[in-house]
Design a protein around this ligand. Structure first.
Ligand SMILES: [Zn+2]
Length: 258
């Protein structure tokens, strides 16, 4: 049994979707605290006995403290995310307005390559850093799907967060695509039956971008010049995030990894 729940967050004309997925008795992610009313009502109608988190970000873990305190349900996250979850989040303003800070909770450790079994599914934990150090995807090869968390999101991003790494994202896409599956469940886009193709497009796009940035860098351009050549525009979100999200991070993460 697999089921997705669509949640919507609206702030000042901006709209974001968050999807929580249930696989048999497992809930994948708990949504942001800002949507706690929607999450609590879906959780009360859902028979689940455990939670697996794709990564520690506040829009994926916002209701974990409540689930732990009120329902006593055990939760797991990749071992690199455990310590982050044991303290309250302290977000920059634009993220706390949208998602709200998350309270601390005490998850158990998941290991890379670990298998998680439920009634009808066998999920392989694949560590996929790049968006976050503790990011994982869960792959059911037998039934041909992958729960991609925030690995996909868009196939041609033109900016990244300061904590993201494009070369790591490329490696994570390559590792994920070594497995057999067709559909993906994206945390902000829902189910894509042709998800494999979308991940391939993102991998190809980022590999080309990496090549282009390195060609410019080797021909003597500075990271700032490369940004002006490839992504000259500043978008409202870059200002809103005080440049925690910017094309400059895209360029820098590529150059720094060489
Ligand atoms: Zn995230």
């Amino acid at each position: 049994m697999i089921k997705t729940f669509k949640l919507v967050r609206r702030v000042a004309g901006l709209k974001m979707h968050v999807y929580i997925t249930q696989v048999d008795d497992i809930l994948i992610d708990t949504g942001p605290y800002s949507l706690h009313k929607q999450v609590r009502s879906l959780v009360e109608d859902t028979a689940f006995k455990r939670v697996i988190l794709t990564h520690h970000h506040e829009d994926h873990t916002g209701n974990c403290a409540w689930i732990e305190d009120q329902l006593g349900i055990p939760q797991w996250i990749h071992q690199k995310g455990v310590s982050e979850c044991k303290v309250n989040s302290t977000l920059p303003l634009y993220r706390s307005i949208f998602w709200r800070n998350r309270k601390s909770f005490q998850p158990y450790e998941l290991r890379s390559e670990e298998m998680v079994y439920s009634n009808e599914h066998s999920l392989k934990v694949v560590h996929t850093p790049g968006h976050a150090d503790d990011h994982i995807v869960l792959i059911d090869e037998e039934n041909g799907f992958c729960l991609t968390g925030d690995l996909y999101l868009f196939h041609s991003p033109t900016s990244h967060f300061s904590f993201e790494s494009v070369p790591e994202l490329i490696r994570s896409l390559q590792i994920t695509l070594k497995h057999s599956f067709k559909g993906i469940y994206c945390s902000h886009g829902g189910y894509f039956p042709n998800g494999r193709r979308l991940l391939e497009r993102k991998r190809d796009y980022l590999e080309n971008l990496q090549h282009e940035v390195m060609t410019q860098y080797k021909s003597g351009h500075s990271p700032r010049e490369i940004r002006k050549i490839l992504f000259p525009e500043n978008k409202p979100f870059h200002y809103l995030s005080l440049f925690e999200n910017s094309p400059q991070h895209t360029i820098n993460s590529i150059i720094q990894s060489t």
